[in-house]
Design a protein around this ligand. Structure first.
Ligand SMILES: Cc1cc2nc3c(=O)[nH]c(=O)nc-3n(C[C@H](O)[C@H](O)[C@H](O)COP(=O)(O)OP(=O)(O)OC[C@H]3O[C@@H](n4cnc5c(N)ncnc54)[C@H](O)[C@@H]3O)c2cc1C
Length: 333
């Protein structure tokens, strides 16, 4: 029976995104004590250098497809190449980060492999040779555990749920090049333009501090203040679904069940009530700080600290105090 685990690598700013290291850690635990290998699929352009990084994080074999046609994520090209890699690797499971790319790619890949997919898992465990996939369901109110009748199982895994694989540059691994082939169907669509919606280079999923705004901001202007606070703290700005739906900020900022999953050290929820759908995306944060006018808001049940009050009055003195701390620290250097 297949026991290996294949991790699909997502690259941003020239290196694997943090959830990939968490998947390698998880894959190592799932493959431990079995005959299966931890393997990684690495697609893109100019990414060959990332192979040694994946090996240092525990990949025993890296399937590398480094070419111009794969430079940007294009589902048809990526799926075609990943199907060939999956057939060669023959894993028990294929894991992808539960990011926009992973959530788009996983069901397509599962369909092509004629297998099943579990999206948004928070845990995967091995039980007497069977893999069990746990994920939130019913809007985050319950968790369900699935086992698959088909193989390989395809799953996306939420970030911040697993320990990242430690980096050990002494680890050895094999790099297998998977070149383009006429066996791959020609893509039926062309991407004609691509636009970045987040320009500051800080990925929400990787920020150590996230300042997120909700309906309580009462308009797009509130996000200007949040950006100032995030900048003072060296963090990134996120949002609940409401401001995204209302057009106050882009959907790329949405955190929650149907948005991004973040697990920063500090999560500052401003004007966010703390609905289960939202908390599904930030519940693993190290410390949640709530700023809300309503002291009965559900968010206070989850927050370590809370500031009850109007964010317009609470945040400016907070920014001033943080800046003063920075200035004092600089003077004493
Ligand atoms: C299938 C499904 C999926 C969903 N997925 C997501 C998701 O991924 N992410 C997500 O966030 N939501 C999601 N939702 C929506 C979710 O259920 C909630 O409706 C949403 O999270 C509420 O957003 P909010 O907290 O910003 O707004 P509200 O619940 O309206 O809360 C606003 C808060 O702001 C406070 N407030 C008001 N004025 C101020 C002020 N001046 N200063 C400080 N505080 C103030 C209020 O006291 C209140 O607590 C989903 C819903 C469904 C049905």
């Amino acid at each position: 029976m297949a026991a290996g685990v294949l991790v699909v690598t997502e690259i941003a700013l020239g290196k694997p995104v943090a959830p990939v290291y968490e998947l390698l850690g998880l894959a190592g635990r799932l493959a431990a004590g079995t005959s299966g290998k931890v393997e990684a699929a690495l697609l893109g352009r100019g990414i060959e250098g990332c192979a040694s990084d994946l090996i240092a994080r525990g990949a025993e074999r890296v399937y590398l497809a480094d070419e111009g046609a794969l430079a940007d994520y294009e589902p048809e090209r990526w799926v075609a190449r990943l199907v060939r890699i999956a057939r060669e690797s023959g894993p028990a499971a294929i894991l992808l980060p539960h990011t926009t790319l992973g959530a788009d790619l996983a069901p397509r890949l599962a369909f092509r492999l004629d297998t099943a997919v579990a999206a948004g898992c928070v845990e995967i465990a091995r039980d007497s040779g069977r893999l069990l996939f746990t994920r939130p369901c019913y809007g985050g109110s319950f968790r369900e555990t699935l086992s698959m009748r088909t193989a390989p199982a395809v799953a996306t895994v939420r970030g911040g749920c697993h320990e990242a694989a430690a980096r050990d540059p002494r680890r050895k691994g094999e790099v297998v090049r998977v070149e383009a082939s006429t066996a791959e169907p020609a893509p039926r669509m062309n991407v004609v333009a691509r636009e970045r919606t987040v320009s500051d280079g800080m990925r929400l999923e990787e920020a150590r501090v996230v300042v997120a705004g909700g309906r309580g901001l009462e308009g797009a202007d509130g996000f200007v203040l949040l950006a100032e606070l995030a900048q003072a703290l060296g963090g990134a700005v996120g949002a609940s679904r409401v401001p995204c739906d209302l057009g106050w900020c882009p959907h790329s900022m949405q955190i929650g069940l149907t948005g991004k999953t973040v697990a920063p050290e500090v999560y500052i929820a401003v004007g966010i009530s703390g609905a289960g759908h939202h908390m599904a995306g930030c519940g693993n944060a190290g410390n949640i700080i709530a700023i809300n006018t309503d002291r009965e808001a559900a968010i206070y049940g989850q927050a370590r600290w809370g500031l009850v009050g109007d964010y317009r009055q609470v945040i400016p003195p907070l920014i001033a105090a943080i800046r003063e701390i920075h200035a004092t620290a600089r003077k004493s250097e």
